[in-house]
Design a protein around this ligand. Structure first.
Ligand SMILES: [Zn+2]
Length: 140
């Protein structure tokens, strides 16, 4: 089955990468809840983060922290929403483990706990090619 989060399968993924390390990549979420919505994805195709070895997990966690610092600085994020539905589920679209990071400004309220649920009432927009270039420049 095609995996949108495997670099060797999804050729468009590379355009969305903000930074990458040996085992991890930080990418713009192509469909996003709000501006600054980023994903941290292990380079290895795993269905759960529990499948990462210590080195891969440490790298993954360091990438989360680095990304949180970027969001804090660039979006004046007082809070950062981190979420992941790690492991198999019936309505999951991607079977490659990842975590979402969404910046929340001081004056903003939190989106629903799981904004990707279609019944959350939270709209997900799609990044345009121009927006991808603009955001990557802004977040560098
Ligand atoms: Zn994959």
């Amino acid at each position: 089955m095609f995996c949108p989060f495997c670099l060797n399968e999804n050729k468009n993924l590379e355009d969305l990468i903000l930074f990458s390390t040996e085992n991890t990549m930080c990418v713009l979420s192509l469909t996003y809840v709000k501006e600054g919505h980023l994903l941290i994805i292990p380079k290895k195709h795993v269905k759960t983060l529990r499948a990462l070895d210590k080195e891969e997990y440490d790298d993954f966690y360091n990438s989360i922290q680095k990304t949180m610092n970027i969001l804090n600085k660039k979006f004046d994020a007082q809070k950062i929403l981190l979420y992941s539905k790690d492991g198999p589920s019936e309505n999951k679209t991607v079977e490659h483990s990842h975590i979402h990071l969404i910046p929340i400004r001081k004056d903003e309220s939190l989106p629903p706990v799981y904004p990707l649920d279609t019944n959350s009432g939270f709209e997900r927009k799609k990044l345009t090619k121009e927006k991808i270039i603009e955001l990557k420049k802004f977040l560098k």
